[in-house]
Design a protein around this ligand. Structure first.
Ligand code: ADP
Ligand code: MG
Ligand code: ZN
Length: 610
């Protein structure tokens, strides 16, 4: 802890101590004030007790029903506490009355200084002792709050990693991309000498259990470098400044160990978009994030430290994290396809004795959408079941049972798809893909997937642009809308009705059409003018509608948007009707393979021989 932080801490604590002392004092010695008249009435009615008479004041205890009398006198409902006080006007009759009523009274000289002082100091001492006690409690073996900022407790440093790419299966593309990193780590000088820029950060994006942590470790294992790991959530602590200090420590440690890998799991915990926070306490996280960015920027890549981060929620990350020189490489670790699942199962069965009837291909086919962690779990469950039954080898029925168990466990968490739904999704995605091939030929369809619970909700069609684009023409925007409609139109053509699955597509299509009219002045009727403006220039916050639009204009805007959407919809329908045969073929193929990419996809989408 830094000097001034410590001072602040002590000052704050003292302040709170005094405050609580003040509050306690007020509470312990609260007297209800009554007038002398009220006091005497109460006395006459025998509703007070234990009266203490000082030079100028009288103290005493209320008896029950004193409140009633007071209410009567004051003519409003009165609530009373335990004690009262009133002034003492030197009334000689008082003592007669007291004796008459037989009330125990005491005459005291001016209050004892000692008692007063003690009653002030004692609570203070008690609280102080309590504070010391708390400090002791917090100060665990690793120093507790007395050593804030020393991140030793949460950083795991593993010098020798045994995991290699041999232990990873089914995510070949990710492995391919990461191999390059190993080269850098093994021999940074080779790249530095030629002036090549070494990447600093790699972001692994994918659903939980797909092997992100495993991959990061495998990179360290393959390159034979230390692996420093920390979880994003452990950066964010209750004390301000701790997270930033942790980041600093982390990089200092890494520098000492270089070449090495820093692995930040769940980076979304720190890396959320700054500036928008529904709850408080965002400031600390922002400090941490800023510190992380600063450290990454200031880090000399020649040292051979590579930062790998993992997240399953890339959409909430601050774009600043993805800028060049930071996590500029994004590696998608998707759910494995059929072949991938088989490979993962095979890998985890390495040390398992399998009965001859076990067909891993069949098991892979029965587990669509499952990730590596779940598949590993199935293998383990099957082995446990077989062992419990006292078998010599794990048989197919053990696997079946294990799948049922794991699926039952998962079914609660996520939806499983019926064959009918699957067919619908296949047609939906095929529709997108065929439209994409025709309307946006420059953005090649890279991958079409109907693996449930994939990166996107149910299925997705991934397009990659051939060149980076910064501007879009009106034609291109319209083409995008058509591609978005492709899914819904395909469903309509094949099943005669649409489903809720296209909601997101519609939302996006509508937003494009709205933007064309409202922001880009692309409507001929309304002419070149905008109707919205951004609230904030840099943050990606939604547009705000400009007020002061006449009713007539508002109607025109709506009309124009509808017109754009309608014409795109018709165009899409026309195309898919004409390509119905291709649509069927592609949907069929998708149902068989779950994922289409590469040559196969090329053949069906981009050749015109049918
Ligand atoms: P993530 O970090 O993406 O949530 P993990 O790397 O922690 O997933 O995976 C948990 C476990 O699941 C791994 O230790 C491994 O046993 C198994 N596993 C996950 N993905 C794979 C894979 N692609 N190949 C082999 N095993 C995997
Ligand atoms: Mg993980
Ligand atoms: Zn869609």
């Amino acid at each position: 802890m830094k000097k001034n932080q410590k001072l602040l801490f002590i000052l704050l604590t003292t302040f709170f101590l005094l405050l609580s002392l003040f509050l306690i004092e007020r509470d312990l010695y609260r007297y209800d004030k009554v007038t002398y008249f009220e006091f005497k009435t109460l006395l006459r009615e025998g509703k007070v007790q234990d009266v203490v008479i000082k030079k100028k004041e009288i103290y005493g205890k209320f008896l029950e029903s004193a409140a009633d009398t007071l209410s009567q006198i004051r003519k409003t409902p009165v609530k009373v506490g335990t004690y009262f006080k009133t002034v003492y006007p030197d009334d000689p009759e008082l003592f007669k009355l007291l004796e008459e009523k037989g009330i125990n009274y005491e005459v005291k000289p001016d209050s004892n200084l000692w008692v007063t002082v003690l009653s002030w100091v004692l609570p203070f001492v008690l609280l102080f002792l309590f504070w010391i006690f708390l400090l002791r409690r917090f100060a665990g073996p690793d120093g507790g709050i007395m050593s804030i900022g020393k991140s030793k407790a949460k950083v795991y440093v593993e010098k020798e990693i045994k995991v290699t790419f041999q232990d990873v299966a089914g995510v070949d593309e990710a492995v391919e991309e990461l191999k390059e990193i190993i080269e850098y780590l093994k021999n940074p000088q080779k790249f530095v000498r030629l002036g090549a820029k070494i990447p600093k950060g790699v972001l692994l994006v994918g659903p939980p259990g797909t092997g992100k942590t495993l991959l990061a470790k495998a990179v360290a294992g393959e390159a034979d470098v230390p692996f420093i790991s920390i979880s994003g959530s452990s950066f964010v602590e209750m004390f301000v400044g701790v997270g930033a200090a942790r980041v600093r420590d982390l990089f200092a440690q890494a520098e000492a160990l270089a070449p090495c890998i820093i692995f930040i799991d769940e980076i979304d915990a720190v890396g959320r978009v700054r500036g928008i926070s529904p709850t408080g306490g965002a400031e600390e996280r922002e400090h941490t994030l800023t510190q992380l960015l600063t450290e990454m920027d200031g880090f000399d890549p020649k040292k051979g430290v590579i930062i790998i981060a993992a997240t399953n929620r890339p959409e909430i990350l601050d774009p600043a994290l993805l800028r060049p020189g930071r996590f500029d490489r994004v590696v998608v670790v998707d759910r494995p396809d059929l072949k991938g699942r088989e490979a993962i199962l095979r890998l985890h069965c390495r040390e398992i004795k399998l009965a001859p009837d076990v067909d891993l291909k069949v098991i892979a086919a029965r587990t669509p959408g499952m990730v590596g962690a779940e598949l590993a779990n199935i293998v383990n469950e099957a082995a446990l079941l077989a062992a419990r039954k006292g078998k010599d080898a794990v048989g197919m029925e053990d696997f079946e049972e294990a799948i049922d168990r794991v699926v039952a466990g998962l079914a609660r968490k996520s939806r499983y798809l019926s064959p009918e739904e699957k067919r619908r999704i296949a047609y939906h995605e095929a529709g997108h893909a065929i439209c994409a091939a025709v309307f946006t030929p420059k953005e090649k369809v890279h991958r079409v997937s109907i693996i449930p619970r994939g990166v996107a909700a149910l299925g997705y069609t991934l397009q990659l642009p051939e060149e980076e684009k910064y501007l879009l023409t009106k034609e291109e925007l319209l083409a995008k809308v058509c591609v978005l409609f492709g899914g819904r139109v395909a469903e309509e053509l094949v099943f005669g009705e649409v489903s809720t699955g296209a909601q997101n597509d519609l939302e996006k299509a509508t937003e494009i059409a709205r933007a064309m009219v409202l922001d880009y002045g692309m409507s001929e009727v309304l002419g070149p003018q905008t109707f919205r403006k951004r609230e904030h220039l840099f943050l990606d916050v939604p547009f705000k509608e400009r007020e002061l639009v006449s009713e007539e204009t508002a109607r025109l805007i709506d009309e124009e948007i509808s017109k754009i959407l309608k014409s795109c919809y018709d165009k899409t329908k026309e195309l898919l009707q004409a390509e119905r045969e291709k649509l069927d073929r592609m949907a069929e193929l998708l149902l068989q393979k779950e994922v289409l990419e590469g040559e196969e996809l090329e053949k069906i989408l981009y050749t015109h021989n049918s």
